[in-house]
Design a protein around this ligand. Sequence first.
Ligand code: SF4
Length: 276
Amino acid sequence: MPKPQNAMTIFQLLDKSNCRKCGEKACLAFAGAVFTGKRPLSECPKLDRHIIDAYSDDSQNPYDVEQNRDDYLEHLKKQIAGIDLKAAAERTGGRYENDRLTLKVMGKDFSVSPAGVLSTDIHVNPWVVAPFLNYILYGKGLDPTGDWRSFRELADGRERYPLFQKRCEEQMKQVADSYTELFDDMVHIFSAKQVDPQFQSDISVVLQPLPRVPIMVCYWLPEEGMQSSLNVFFDQTADKNLDIGSIYSLGAGLAQMFTRLALRHGFAATQSNHHD
Ligand code: SF4
């Protein structure tokens, strides 16, 4: 099996039902155990054979997609060279200083030079880079209205919604169900704002991955035989400020980031148990 780059990648492959048939308390814990070499992937009985086989075949290595993504990012960075960054700063809610355009990405500075070179004081997550560059290149810069829409209500969102639901909403729900500090982390680590619960949810938090593209995460706790649920909402201007592919990337990227946080938490618990 090619060595996965992180436990997240393994988690993405799993059924995410937390059925415990592998002997772990949750899929997150199993993903962590596989990544650290304690368990083979084949010990999840819910995994399709072809997924296990794919990991034994380098020609089908899913990390090939990363090369395509890198090519796409290079293409976007080259386009930055052809635009007026000062005007783009005004349009996008950023600031222009020392020849660079800087935007706040979840409370942290994220800059680009006229040559398309990125700099930031945070780790550069690849999933944020394409939306960041697309927002600068093509965003209309409309102010959010406070009118929240689901992903499927955005332009071209309907056909992509099943994938968005799986990669963003379902995955975030998994994390929220098992990692109770998730919403506190959103506020304290990612500069989110807790707002009055919307749509009769129990918790509503607004993240600001780009200045004019707020994302609201609403979570409903389980009650009386009803499962918990989680939905993600966007301002009705989101599809004018950003293309639907980038909006998808932000949602799925956030879900990945939160899963990593929970996994880190899970590793700590596993290690302390081990020492007991
Ligand atoms: S990893 Fe597989 S067996 Fe384990 S809890 Fe998740 S779905 Fe169930």
